[in-house]
Design a protein around this ligand. Structure first.
Ligand SMILES: [Mg+2]
Length: 215
């Protein structure tokens, strides 16, 4: 049996999505006179499910700006080249290699947009990254398999069995359908200023302020 499996959410847990969007909006405004307020208001229209939050940025750009989406994304890539939007505590957490812990990323989103964001998250490059379009808690429950000795694995995310599985997410709704069980540790990370940080997490979930707090 291997050590621990640590499943990390991406947006808002490892990646400062707000800072990333802020820089993109600044760029769209400066270069294409995009009204940031209106653009943000339109996001819901290009988001398929409320819970999954699958936002199609490229579709949004294609439908609302009079320029090819490829041109705009090329501009973003040049403007943000070399930038890293991984939170400082997440970068510190990932820098130590994890010891007996295997770290993976499980993220809900539109695959090409998530992959685009990964390019600005250098510290997660070596990790397995799985992009899904359903609620992460549902996914975990559906793919968690437990051996008679209590060791666990999570479907396509990991091949080995682990004595402990942790899930870290910033969104409280992720945990609503996750049933507590021995060896399954649930952490809600509170990012200051984020809307989810104001919501209480279920009682079987531990609140943390930094990713390094799960060690
Ligand atoms: Mg998140």
């Amino acid at each position: 049996m291997a050590g621990r499996l640590v499943i990390l959410d991406f947006d808002g847990t490892v990646f400062d999505t707000y800072a990333f969007y802020g820089d993109i909006l600044k760029l769209l405004h400066a270069r294409y006179q995009v009204n940031s307020y209106r653009f943000l208001q339109q996001i819901d229209r290009y988001t398929t499910t409320d819970d999954g939050g699958t936002y199609d940025f490229f579709g949004h750009v294609r439908a609302t700006l009079p320029l090819p989406a490829e041109r705009i994304t090329a501009d973003i890539k040049i403007a943000l080249a070399g930038r890293n939007y991984v939170y400082a505590d997440a970068a510190r957490f990932l820098a130590d290699g994890g010891g007996d812990a295997t770290r993976t990323v499980l993220t809900v989103g539109e695959p090409s947009w998530q992959a685009f964001k990964f390019e600005f998250a250098a510290p997660i490059q070596p990790l397995t990254k799985l992009i899904i379009q359903v609620n992460k808690g549902d996914y975990l429950m559906r793919h968690l398999s437990v051996r008679p000795d209590g060791a666990m694995t999570v479907g396509p995310l990991a091949a080995d069995y682990y004595r402990e599985v942790s899930l870290v997410d910033d969104k409280t709704t992720t945990f609503e359908k996750v049933k507590p069980r021995a060896g399954l540790k649930l952490f809600r990370i509170k990012r200051p200023g984020e809307k989810y940080a104001l919501l209480p997490a279920p009682s079987h979930v531990r609140d943390i302020a930094h990713l390094t707090d799960i060690a």
